[in-house]
Design a protein around this ligand. Structure first.
Ligand SMILES: C[S@@+](CC[C@H](N)C(=O)[O-])C[C@H]1O[C@@H](n2cnc3c(N)ncnc32)[C@H](O)[C@@H]1O
Length: 255
């Protein structure tokens, strides 16, 4: 790939044409979202947890689910990942990501695919990235189950917006039918349903508190190994704690 074929002016024009951007990328001096409401995003966030991801991903495969303009996919390729597949359900973001990877000289495969369809990929990855997508889904636990069932091979890098209590307490193995107090407590795992909009975004459906985010990960079979900042977890794929939690649709490639 030869990014030199793009002049700064051409990059600027193309960035404008492909906008608006959610990821602020630096494309040879051209910022894609300089007025982002969260600042230089996601660079400012990445700085808080970059150290939990292996510095060298040489020989590793990576799947970035909900890649948007490809910030994390490109960072993983820069860390030497052998293969990076990045998926998103919106073509306009994939167009941004393809352009950003091309001008950055990074070889990444991009595909329009929903997280609900990861079974079609037919491959497990050493590292799955699932950042900033969970709360945009109407069926968040199904998505985690499908990731565990079909594509997670070893590590999962996960992030979710959280609202409510940031405390966690041990979860009991059972609650008696007449025990209702725990449900009134802010620390109980809670997934807040947004019927209309949150932050002007009608795709923010379910926002967990911290206890719920952690419980959902465990329940889907992920073992939390690092929690470098409030919203971000590095997990390893483990066994699902209950085998009666059927994954629907339990379909893989070719079904
Ligand atoms: C808030 S952005 C997060 C982008 C990036 N992962 C990050 O952490 O900066 C959410 C992304 O998830 C994508 N998305 C939403 N629903 C999806 C789905 N069902 N399958 C795949 N991607 C989805 C959106 O198109 C968007 O690019």
């Amino acid at each position: 790939m030869n990014f030199n074929r793009w002049s700064t002016e051409e990059i600027r024009r193309k960035v404008d044409a492909l906008g608006p951007w959610f990821h602020n990328l630096d494309l040879h001096g051209v910022p894609t979202a300089p007025a982002h409401f969260l600042g230089d995003y996601p660079s400012v966030k990445w700085r808080h947890f970059a150290e939990v991801v292996p510095e060298s991903l040489a020989g590793k495969t990576v799947l970035d689910i909900g890649c948007n303009a490809g910030f994390y996919a490109m960072e993983m390729k820069r860390r030497g990942a052998e293969r990076v597949l990045a998926i998103d359900s919106r073509d306009e973001y994939l167009a941004q990501a393809r352009f950003a990877a091309e001008v950055s000289g990074l070889e990444i495969e991009f595909r329009n695919l929903s997280v609900y369809d990861v079974g079609r990929i037919g491959e497990r990855f050493d590292l799955v990235i699932f950042m900033g997508v969970l709360y945009h889904l109407r069926h968040p636990l199904l998505a985690l189950d499908l990731i565990h069932e079909h594509v997670a091979g070893d590590m999962l890098l996960f992030q979710s917006m959280q609202r409510g209590s940031d405390k966690v307490e041990p979860v009991e193995s059972n609650y008696d039918f007449w025990t209702t107090d725990p449900f009134d407590r802010a620390v109980f795992p809670k997934l807040h349903f947004v019927e209309k909009k949150y932050a002007d975004d009608p795709t923010n459906w379910w926002i967990p508190n911290r206890a719920c985010a952690e419980a959902m990960l465990r329940s889907a079979g992920f073992v939390i190994v690092a929690h470098p900042e409030l919203e971000v977890y590095l997990c390893r794929r483990g066994a699902r704690p209950q085998d009666d939690g059927a994954v629907y649709p339990a379909q893989g490639a070719g079904t």
